[in-house]
Ligand binder design. Sequence first.
Ligand SMILES: N[C@@H](CCC(=O)N[C@@H](CS)C(=O)NCC(=O)O)C(=O)O
Length: 247
Amino acid sequence: MAYELHYWPGIQGRGEFIRLALEEAGAAYVDVGRQRDGKHRGMTKVMALLEGAAMPAFALPVLVDGEQVVGQVAAILDHLGAKHGLTPPDAAGRTRALQLQLTLADLTTEGHDVHHPLGAGLYYEQQREAALQRAPGFQEERLPKFLAYFERVLERNPAGPRYLLGGQLTYPDLSLFQLVEWLRYAFPRAAREALRSTPRVRALHARVRRRPRIAAYLKSPRRLPFSEEDVFRHYPELDSPARQTRP
Ligand SMILES: N[C@@H](CCC(=O)N[C@@H](CS)C(=O)NCC(=O)O)C(=O)O
């Protein structure tokens, strides 16, 4: 039976972490929110699941696997990883994968909060001044710190720096690929600067991009473009060198 991915339509969003894992696994799935079949529009089903599941999820994405309903990106990837060989087989390795994914979730939230520092309920234009103040700290301190961390993990992998964990691809590799994609889109200047000193992260990104199923997915209509509705957004003024944005 095909998995159901429940997520907002029209953006990559956090649903993209799940799509990349499903695509790499070659798993059949229905992107429910994107279904447009007249009366039973996909988002009606998505909202019904959010509100009606026996054990509800707080937010999207949500994965339905038969009887099981799983929320939180990291928990969904742990579930899929175990079923499709995208997590290390031993318990310690599985916990390490989760640790890396949760660190990527922290980076995702911090990247989002650059353009929405005051609250998700306000438009960007209502918090632009605060965003301008927040952006330099993200670009100069947090982004380089996160990327240097993943560089260190790759460098210290006893099996070599091709993947974050062991000698084969696991789901955090796919998620790190997505973060590099987003960072390059949203903060081209800052990402170029930070990635200059993280060659292993750059190489991992290129390696994931070349994987046949990922390459096919990226060319498919299922891969939506980046946009200013998404978790990572490109506002040129937020990617300016700090000295121009600080008072
Ligand atoms: N920690 C959660 C974050 C989920 C999340 O923030 N989802 C957003 C869309 S990307 C959402 O639906 N937010 C609604 C809300 O938080 O009320 C995860 O990783 O799944």
